[in-house]
Ligand binder design. Structure first.
Ligand SMILES: O=P(O)(O)O[C@H]1O[C@H](CO)[C@@H](O)[C@H]1O
Ligand SMILES: [Mn+2]
Ligand SMILES: [Mn+2]
Length: 396
């Protein structure tokens, strides 16, 4: 019987989005942004040599059609990519009006976002006065810090010491529809931060802000570090998605990584979390143990959070090469009747300006179901591919 493994490489876009000009990093439109293409080109030009060397080495995903998908999406060819595909492969275009994680994942799971997200303006203060006052009231503080667009690592460096002194939460946003709160795990308290985000979330969801994100950090001034206790309080998907379809048909659904948060646990039987290295162990275990009829839906976030937003090209390339080697082992362990789909949710070109996501097409490479070109498809076609493989009905 069939099993499906749907694996999202967070932010591994392949350029070519037809509406990239409507999305921005600061004042620069995303036109021409190409996460995988620009990384591969930098590697080939020996401009990504920290902790690795030479052309981007991703033989396993490339053999399935990763380089072919890149070329189809954006016309870009790069050394190290472009083998003759042995899997099914295509380039997917998003229709949801958001270049963020929930928009991408919901649409991959069959639900294009049916509303316009609320974004906060790139000015200081970024938040309306009543909202800031409400955050302070819920936190039990006299005010908030930040109140601006920021990179999360830069903002704790800048305001962390003041936060430790005053106890005021650091609130910031980005080009995504997010309200993020950074606070020191010991000084402010982790439970208190999580409670604050949870209490605040309904009000922000009402405004169509996609997520309230707790960003705990630790350490001393000058050496603050974020901890893995981040939590996203995301708006609920307004309709059933792939996870629900599979569950309703009697299949077990495993979520690995951020998938639980992104879908507010809708349609999910079991959640396994951790840093990406741990998530890969979970994926290997699930390939060995998941039941017939099951869906394993995994997100690997560190491409995005550790390297894309940080504009670290070498780091991103190292992560891609590690991931490719691990996926090679996953493929080797697959059984008859298994389908593996590897895709992405948006771009985050580390060679681009700013520190935000980039609007791009994404690769869709599939193994276990023969070879051939899927061509230019939509994100939601991924849900259909998986559902059909599992024999699950696609509503609507
Ligand atoms: O800079 P950091 O805090 O990593 O924030 C990033 O993470 C958010 C959620 O993925 C994005 O919207 C971006 O702001
Ligand atoms: Mn993402
Ligand atoms: Mn991100």
């Amino acid at each position: 019987m069939a099993r499906a493994f749907l694996v999202v490489m967070d932010s591994v876009g392949i350029g070519g989005a037809p509406d990239a000009g409507n999305f921005f990093n600061g004042t620069l439109p995303d036109t021409g942004a190409n996460t995988l293409g620009h990384i591969a080109q930098a590697c080939a030009a020996e401009q990504a040599e920290e902790g690795r060397s030479g052309p981007l080495h991703m033989p396993n995903l490339d053999r399935l059609g990763l380089g072919a998908a890149l070329k189809l999406a954006s016309g870009v060819e790069a050394a190290g990519l472009g083998a003759a595909p042995q899997g099914r492969w295509g380039a997917a275009t998003e229709v949801s009006q958001g270049k963020d994680t929930p928009s991408g994942h919901w649409e991959l799971a069959g639900l294009p976002v049916p509303w316009a997200w609320h974004y906060f303006p790139d000015e200081t203060p970024a938040f309306p006065a009543e909202l800031s006052a409400e955050v302070a009231r819920l936190a039990g503080t006299e005010g908030i810090l930040g109140n601006c667009h920021a990179s999360g690592t830069a903002v704790i460096e800048e305001l962390g010491a003041e936060h430790c002194e005053s106890g005021w939460p650091i609130c910031y946003t980005s080009a995504d529809s997010v309200f993020q709160i950074a606070a020191h795990e010991e000084v402010f308290g982790l439970d208190r931060l999580l409670k604050l985000c949870e209490d605040l979330a309904p009000r922000l969801h009402e405004m169509k802000v996609g997520r309230v994100i707790a960003r705990p950090f630790t350490g001393e001034a000058g050496a603050f570090e974020r901890t893995p206790n981040r939590r996203d309080f995301a708006i609920m998907p307004p309709k059933p998605v792939l996870t629900n379809w599979v569950q309703n048909a009697g299949g077990r659904v495993y979520a690995v990584g951020k998938i639980g948060d992104i879908f507010s646990m809708q349609g999910i039987d079991e959640l396994r979390k951790g840093p990406d290295a741990k998530l890969m162990e979970h994926l290997h275990n699930l390939v060995a143990t998941a039941e017939d009829g099951s869906l394993t839906f995994a997100n690997f976030v560190e491409f995005d959070s550790n390297f894309g937003h940080r504009r670290d090209v070498s780091g991103y390339a190292r992560a891609l090469e590690w991931f490719d080697a691990e996926i090679g082992k996953v493929i080797g362990a697959m059984r008859e009747g298994d389908m593996l789909v590897v895709t992405a949710d948006h771009g985050n070109d580390p060679t681009w300006a700013g520190s935000d996501h980039t609007r791009e097409r994404v690769p869709v490479v599939v193994t276990g179901t023969g070879a051939g070109e899927l061509g230019q498809i939509g994100f939601a076609d991924v849900a259909t591919l998986v559902a059909r493989h599992l024999g699950v009905e696609v509503p609507g």
